[in-house]
Design a protein around this ligand. Sequence first.
Ligand code: NAD
Length: 252
Amino acid sequence: MGSIESPSRVAIVTGAAQGIGRSIALRLAEDGLNVAINDIPSKTKQIEEVVAEIKAKTNAKVVAAPADVTNEEAVQAMIASVVEQLGGLDVMVANAGVMSYGPLLMVPSEEWDRVININLRGVMLCYKYAAKQMVEQGRGGRIIGASSMVGRHGVAYTSAYAASKFAIRGLTQSSELTKHNITVNVYAPGAIRTNIVSIEDAKAQGLNSSAMSKLPMAEPEVIASLVSYIAKPEAFFITGQTISANGGAHFD
Ligand SMILES: NC(=O)c1ccc[n+]([C@@H]2O[C@H](COP(=O)([O-])OP(=O)(O)OC[C@H]3O[C@@H](n4cnc5c(N)ncnc54)[C@H](O)[C@@H]3O)[C@@H](O)[C@H]2O)c1
């Protein structure tokens, strides 16, 4: 924990009730940041479990920050509440996202809207209101989003998901925040062991599940370790980048 002269930096991690987000939150707390655990309000119990786990394992201050990231007022209120409780905002990890499979010819517009709303609008709102707070504070910051291997290289039967994950890269490259010492980057994971990928669902929607099952797989900690570095002050020279971690499944 930081002293009064050098207060700990503060991070919000969205979609952190489980999976990659949970692992990132734990790693940032181990790195000495104070962290806010966001996920949808219906997962408040899971959020509280992650808060308790991180408190037990680290010296960090950890708070629950439930909010639906697609809701503009909720995102603003979440950031205001975290700033009040933890004293500022230095790192926003806009990790929350949902997967969606299905052939383009069959994608219901409602499903397209749901995926774009969570995976792109939600990320944009987190970027925007985190950046406003960071600019106001005047001490720089780190904004980090979740793209995907599928956001660098489209895969059949994932049109809405792939479109949302490509778009996050455009958003990230177009942020005019360098002059405020705020870097904006995304991680692009390959196959990571979490609940987001259900081979059964993928198979049912026509995706090549045998190709999927041959992908190199890793635990969420490999992404947490990457985010840990991008979040550090020493990573100030890295911005606008999409950084892949996919075990060699795809090169570009
Ligand atoms: N696991 C992988 O193989 C993989 C690969 C590439 C990219 N990603 C990306 O990494 C991120 C994390 O994925 P994961 O595998 O941990 O998935 P996950 O499903 O385990 O966790 C995602 C979390 O986001 C939350 N969430 C969904 N909608 C939300 C909303 N509107 N507001 C707040 N929270 C919301 C969910 O409740 C869930 O807890 C996602 O953006 C995903 O697209 C994952």
